[in-house]
Write a new protein. Structure first.
Lengths: 109, 227
């Protein structure tokens, strides 16, 4: 990775943090919050996260996983199961990571 | 605040490890942690930076993940009105989800009060220290843990949990399904444009569902995580 490009990406992300967190407190005059924004808010973050996650958990290179010997499948399944039953974020991360490590280090998946 | 700090710290640790394991290296990871200071946006941006996606796609994705802050900022406005613009921006830069939740619980009536500013800066300081401390620890640890262990996947698991918290009703489930299908179907597009396609498709279908079958009127604010 080009470190300068990485730094540029990071500085842009920092600007996005400031702009989104401060959005309605930056202007001096009050701005009403538009209805379309409220509606889009319900779905845009969810869609962005799902789209980013998909290749991370279910794909290798440019196609869906075609082997069962991939530790990510079981780590993801464990994470989904733990979250569905406990709704605990920390437990989800810990359980999924434990399964991943066990399969990676134990079986080399 | 102790319990909250524990959760924030764990989240920071995962993000710290994920940044190094995505290939950012120690210095860029430190810069990202200290400058960006937004966990979910950082985790969402990492695979895109690692795969060399165009900057605007990376930024657009982070912007979408951060959209909830725009809604929060509308809630902050009546409290921060007397401050100078510079002071307002400075406070808001540090304002994580949990600070918003704690503050609104403590001061439910909109309007400025003397004790608000110390409360704000105190909460922000605790949250920032817990997050940055553990994130930097994660960066240091990740540098000595072998990449083959795949610990960067903890970041994906964290995002998985966030997706879980956002799936609150029929509309969000359907939108998530549409986003996944669209992201996969459009995967061959260059520049990770499939993410943009997925967001557009999910918003279109989600808003359509909202208008055809209006959702229940009361709903908790979507997308709460550590920062």
């Amino acid at each position: 990775m080009n470190p300068w490009l990485g730094l540029l990406a990071i500085l842009g992300l920092a600007a996005i943090t400031v702009i989104t967190r401060g959005f309605f407190v930056i202007p001096e005059r009050e701005i009403p919050i538009p209805a379309w924004l409220r509606e889009a808010l319900r779905y845009a973050p969810l869609a962005a996260l799902v789209a980013v996650l998909l290749p991370e958990v279910a794909m290798t290179d440019d196609h869906l996983l075609d082997t069962w010997r991939d530790a990510r499948i079981y780590a993801t399944a464990t994470g989904v199961g733990v979250f569905a039953t406990t709704r605990n974020l920390l437990g989800t991360i810990l359980a999924g990571t434990a399964v991943l490590l066990a399969l990676r280090l134990g079986l080399g998946w | 605040m102790t319990g909250i700090s524990l959760g924030v710290g764990a989240w920071g640790l995962v993000t710290g490890i994920a940044m190094v394991k995505a290939g950012l290296g120690v210095w860029l990871s430190l810069a990202m942690s200290l400058c960006v200071f937004a966990g979910s946006a950082q985790l969402a941006a990492l695979p895109l930076i690692a795969h060399g996606a165009p900057l605007w796609v990376t930024w657009a994705t982070a912007f979408c993940v951060n959209l909830r802050f725009i809604i929060f900022s509308a809630g902050w406005r009546p409290y921060l009105a007397p401050l100078s613009r510079r002071h307002r921006l400075w406070v808001m830069y540090f304002m994580a989800d949990l600070n918003y939740v704690a503050f609104m619980k403590r001061f439910p009536v909109p309007g400025p009060m003397d004790e608000q500013l110390p409360y704000l800066w105190g909460g922000v300081a605790v949250n920032w220290a817990a997050w940055q401390g553990m994130s930097i620890l994660g960066i240091a640890l990740a540098d000595v843990i072998p990449t083959q262990w795949g610990l960067g996947f903890a970041g994906s698991l964290a995002l998985l949990g966030i997706v879980g918290t956002l799936l609150v009703d029929r509309g969000t489930w359907i939108a998530a399904g549409i986003a996944a299908c669209a992201a996969f179907a459009a995967f061959a597009l260059p520049f990770h444009l499939n993410i943009v396609v997925a967001i557009a498709a999910a918003i279109a279908v989600g808003v359509l569902i909202d208008h055809v079958w209006p959702p229940a009127p009361v709903r908790a604010p979507a997308g709460s995580d550590a920062t």
